[in-house]
Design a protein around this ligand. Structure first.
Ligand code: HEC
Ligand code: HEC
Length: 296
């Protein structure tokens, strides 16, 4: 026991005790949160609309109402369809964090695919709406990319830009870049028309044409960027701003570097020759002029 008492007085002992305390707290916390997760898991076990309804009440009803009938905060989801739920949740837009007028931004997805599909089942059970497209419907095998480009130019480019890079809309809203969207999400966006985006039903853009558009969007993602570093095609505003701030800052630094470098050789040369070069310094310049930044 005495060796502990002896060591306790050492300066390092305080740090060691602190570290030990932190490790113990971290271990306890990990244990507690792990059991919390295990307790929450069974709710997702039973699949389908019933489980979806429970999840909906906890996560969504504060805005959309207890029966998805809508409130002053958010629209009714009766008839919105499974595709709308899957689109909104798989892109992280829902549960939304903004007010009723704000565009719900994309966020990291916190719900599992099972939870999303359960809520989608529940919303679909309330009354129709577009279903989640299957892999056949969103397949780009054999799709016509050239036609897809034409369809994209006439229907989508006015908001999303010609390469799907996104753009600003009125009232602070924006059409996002399409780089992150999966084929399923592109299809769902056309079916459900999120926010300011119109619905492109099968009467306006038939299923085959939707596949052509998806093929075009997928192709623009795969294309190399001939202009160089693309910033993930975040949009012309971001790229332009970076060029201005970064480029101008770089030029200023270069200018400072050039002028700073030029002074020293002058001073050294002048000190060595004990005279200033006549082409840069007029004759009436004193022998040891004060140059800023140089010690005399
Ligand atoms: C903080 C409030 C809020 C919460 C919580 C919320 N939403 Fe929303 N939701 C909105 C608003 C506002 C809109 C309409 C604006 C928009 O689409 O961006 C919306 C739109 C939607 C739409 C699109 C409706 C359509 O006709 O296309 C779906 C689907 C949806 N929400 C599902 C959900 C689900 C599922 C949850 C729970 C996981 C949820 N929301 C949680 C506010 C919320
Ligand atoms: C009137 C402008 C407008 C037009 C036209 C339009 N969109 Fe959109 N689009 C939007 C807006 C606004 C959003 C964002 C919705 C939100 O945040 O809730 C969006 C979202 C999307 C998304 C989701 C992107 C993501 O990463 O989550 C996809 C995919 C999409 N649009 C595809 C299309 C396609 C394909 C077309 C043409 C058939 C099209 N859009 C036409 C305005 C438009």
């Amino acid at each position: 026991m005495s060796w502990i008492i002896a060591r306790r007085r050492r300066p390092a002992a305080g740090y060691a005790a602190l570290l030990l305390g932190l490790v113990v707290v971290a271990a306890l916390y990990a244990a507690v949160t792990a059991t919390g997760g295990a307790q929450a898991a069974p709710t997702t076990d039973s699949s389908g609309a019933a489980a979806g309804q429970k999840l909906f009440i906890t996560n969504c009803s504060s805005c959309h109402g207890l029966e998805a009938q809508g409130t002053s905060q958010a629209p009714s989801l009766v008839g919105a369809g499974a595709a709308a739920v899957d689109f909104q949740m798989s892109t992280g837009r829902m549960p939304c964090s903004g007010g009723p007028t704000a565009q719900c931004p994309e966020k990291p997805v916190t719900k599992t695919p099972e939870q999303i599909s359960d809520i989608a089942d529940y919303i679909a059970s309330l009354g129709g709406g577009p279903a989640i497209p299957d892999s056949q419907q969103v397949s780009t095998v054999g799709a016509n990319t050239a036609l897809g480009y034409q369809l994209f130019s006439t229907n989508c480019a006015q908001c999303h830009g010609f390469a799907g890079a996104g753009g600003a809309l009125t009232y602070g809203k924006y059409a996002p870049p399409l780089v992150a969207a999966t084929p399923t999400q592109i299809y769902e966006a056309m079916l459900t028309g999120p926010e300011a985006m119109p619905v492109f039903g099968d009467g306006v853009i038939p299923p085959q044409a939707k596949r052509d558009i998806i093929a075009f969007v997928e192709q623009t993602k795969a294309e190399p960027n001939p202009g160089g570093f693309s910033l993930g095609r975040t949009g012309t505003v971001t790229e332009g701003l970076l060029a201005w701030l970064g480029g101008l800052g770089f030029l200023v630094l270069i200018a400072m570097w050039i002028t700073a470098r030029r002074r020293k050789p002058h001073a050294i040369a002048a000190a060595e020759a004990n005279a200033w070069p006549t082409e840069t310094w007029p004759a009436e310049t004193p022998q040891t002029p004060h140059l800023p930044g140089i010690e005399h």
